[in-house]
Write a protein that binds this ligand. Structure first.
Ligand SMILES: [Fe+2]
Ligand SMILES: [Fe+2]
Length: 471
């Protein structure tokens, strides 16, 4: 076969591939995974791939300027028909796939799984990296893809806006999940998983700002805000102690869902301002078990969901054997659960609640965790958490040594000067408001009587919209 004949053959096989992939998507959509029609469509793709590869080379299907290229040769729609041709472009494009590389060793199962994931992702708003992760989890190892080139990098302000959007979306997702768990026998964690994936990425790009978002408390919807805060903080702490991506993915979900069992607590008990009766306390203390059951039974059991469900089950268990639910003495508590336990407490302490109007300032909460509750919590993790949050996290309202009041808007890089952050002044010593004056306390730290922080105050008391200063 000369080169020209060879190319023509490739083009024909390429067209066949396009038709076969569309047939596979159609069968997957119509009959669901595992059906004979799906098997045979995938098998035909596999054998066409063999024909295409001939030698053992990978088959590369690329999309450029709205056309397919097989191994660099353009495949016009020809006999494929423009509808199928365009549809396949759309499916791949929606999932962010620019180049598909298929190893001829691929088996039918991998092709089927890939088609199903691709279809799900192109219909949702999945991101390419999520598809990559799902493929890895599902054992699709002989198919790889490159993504379409990224948009130009965003500047920091935009990045913060993106992070804020992810945070708000996470709240919407968790709200939806609570609703679903209440109404249905099954819950779908797809949206939760997707947003956790995004949270992990956004924490990678700016963990300080992510932690700041958790400090902006919304008291009306405590449970949802709290769930997302615990998810974000668990990922940030997990990242700080070197967890793998997969562990971060599980701990993020565990954080988001740790209090799912609270659905079973009547509102009057959950929000009761006065002292709880022993019966009411019992009802509240059921929530880790209810959460475990809900996640493990409504989602179906897999190694991932067990990790997530365990996080819910163990988050009120303490290392000194106290806490709930009652459990065998000396039973070890999982690493991910120990992470959730720390960030859960911190977020609860720093939030105002219906039954306790004042929240505790971040430094006080940290000090409390560190000194009063140290036997209950994992010491090494707690130290990492202290470092992560910093003594005066972004957004902390503080009184300075000259009696002025300000808000922490930046940290100092030098560890020894961590008590001297960057502060925007809000009120002068005599209580008048100050326009946008920012001081870097670290610059004055070595002076004889440096301007420094006296105490952290409660932002709510000053009616300050913290977000305005940080974004
Ligand atoms: Fe809880
Ligand atoms: Fe909680």
């Amino acid at each position: 076969m000369n080169t020209e004949e060879h190319d023509v053959r490739k083009i024909l096989l390429g067209r066949e591939m396009i038709v076969l992939w569309m047939a596979l998507f159609k069968a997957t959509r119509l009959y669901g995974p595992g059906h004979d029609a799906v098997h045979s469509a995938a098998d035909r793709i596999r054998s066409t791939l063999h024909d295409l590869a001939e030698s053992d080379a990978d088959v590369v299907l690329a999309i450029r300027a709205d056309s397919f290229f097989i191994d660099g040769i353009r495949v016009r729609e020809g006999s494929v028909g423009s509808a199928s041709y365009q549809r396949l472009l759309d499916v791949l494009g929606a999932a962010g796939v620019a180049t598909l590389r298929i190893d001829p060793e691929v088996d039918t199962g991998e092709i089927e799984t890939f088609a199903r994931l691709l279809l799900e992702d192109s219909e949702g708003d999945a991101r390419p990296d999520e598809l990559v992760r799902e493929m890895a989890v599902m054992g699709v190892t002989h198919i790889e893809f490159d993504v379409a080139p990224d948009e130009p990098p965003e500047d920091t302000v935009d990045q913060k806006q993106v992070q804020k959007r992810i945070y708000l979306r996470a709240i919407g997702v968790i709200k939806g999940l609570f609703h679903e768990a209440r109404e249905k026998d099954r819950i779908n964690l797809r949206r939760v998983k997707r947003v956790v994936q995004e949270m992990i990425e956004s924490i990678d790009s700016n963990s300080e700002f992510a932690m700041f978002l958790t400090s902006v408390k919304n008291y009306d919807e405590y449970t949802f805000n709290h769930s997302v805060n615990v998810g974000v903080s668990a990922i940030a702490l997990g990242r700080a102690v070197g967890l793998t991506r997969r562990q971060l993915y599980i701990v993020g979900q565990a954080g988001m869902m740790h209090d799912l069992g609270k659905l079973c607590i009547p509102k009057e008990v959950l929000n009761k301002a006065g002292r709880l009766t022993p019966e009411e306390r019992k009802v509240i203390q059921r929530h880790p078990v209810e959460g475990f059951i809900s996640i493990a039974t409504k989602q179906g059991v897999s190694p991932d969901t067990i990790g997530v469900a365990l996080g819910a089950y163990e988050h009120h268990l303490n290392l000194d054997g106290s806490g709930y639910p009652a459990t065998a003495a000396g039973r070890p508590i999982g690493l991910l659960s120990r992470i959730v336990a720390i960030v859960d407490r911190y977020d609860a302490m720093t939030s105002a609640r219906v039954y306790r109007s004042a929240s505790i300032s971040p430094p006080k909460a940290l000090a409390l965790l560190y000194h009063s509750q140290r036997d209950q919590l994992d010491q090494a993790l707690l130290r990492s958490f202290l470092n992560l949050v910093g003594f005066y996290p972004l957004g902390t309202v503080v009184r300075l040594s000259d009696s002025s009041v300000g808000i922490v808007v930046g940290a100092t890089a030098e560890h020894a000067l961590r008590h001297f952050p960057v502060v925007t002044l809000l009120l002068s010593a005599d209580g008048r408001s100050i326009q946008e004056e920012t001081v870097d306390l670290a610059e004055h730290a070595k002076e004889q009587d440096p301007l420094q922080i006296l105490e952290a105050l409660n932002a709510a008391e000053f009616g300050i919209d913290v977000m305005e200063y940080i974004l």
